[in-house]
Design a protein around this ligand. Sequence first.
Ligand code: SF4
Length: 327
Amino acid sequence: MRGVVGFTTTIPVEVVFAGGYVPCDLNNIFISDDNPMQYLEKAEKDGFPKSMCNWVKGIYGVVVKKGIDTVITVTEGDCSNTRALAEILRYKGIRTIPFSYPFDRDRHVLEREIDKLITAFSVKPHRLAQVDREIEEARSTLALLDRMTWSDRLVTGHENHLWLVRASDMLGDYRKYDVMARRFIHGAKSRAEIQGIRIGCIGVPPIVPDLHDFIGSVGGHVVYNETQRQFALPYPSRNLVDRYLMYTYPYGIFARLEDIRREIKERKIQGIIHYVQAFCYRVIEDVILRESLGVPVISIEGDLPKALDNRTKLRIEAFLELLREKG
Ligand code: SF4
């Protein structure tokens, strides 16, 4: 796919737009496909083990099956598997461009990494400044949509999830995405207020498609999608480097904790559902999260892009019952 630049997780997408390319979050292509299993089957046919995170296999399957020839691979600050994934992609003849978020949030290192991307895509400074200005508008529209979820309670948890998670590439056209989001907001304004226990979902975006809707069906309302909100970077910032320094997801659990605690308070969240992905190293963070949030926490695990299993449904239902009793 000429002109399309794939990436393995949120990157400074402004640079790709400013270079005249179409950014494409490979996770979104995988999970929004009518048949996401085909990408996992392709990866396993090519030798990926069964006992490996299915997001990684999904990304690989999308790149190979869709013929994507350039991929930005985030080798620090996201997934411990990405280096090996980048090696396999290079071996298959795909151009890979490494990008790293500095674990210690060092401004100079991040600046250098962004400069490397600017060079890789031959981006002109004035063009980047223009995109940066324009994309802020889309980001503030998404911030409003997020606010309408927890403050006005007019947006469902699933809608919030979709709008924010897709902000990583804005479906390849940030102006159009902004227009679509504004239309959605306009339509949502005349809705009735959503009732239900205020739930926060934290952790990597769920691979299971029905998590938010199920929570809604048993009396909960997801008013906070931690990582998806981070992907949308919906906060004012002075410049590109600042924006990606404020982004918490790549800088470890302590940066995330600060954000989660603040949002629990602001959004009056009554309980947290921590989603973990099978075979993901981030599962270890659950230990810290459970002890640090000050509200009840339940952890659930997903593996395949399929509906929630009955056992997990029962656990979520029991969790909501407990929150209801607590008042
Ligand atoms: S869920 Fe974990 S293992 Fe899977 S891609 Fe994300 S960070 Fe990597």
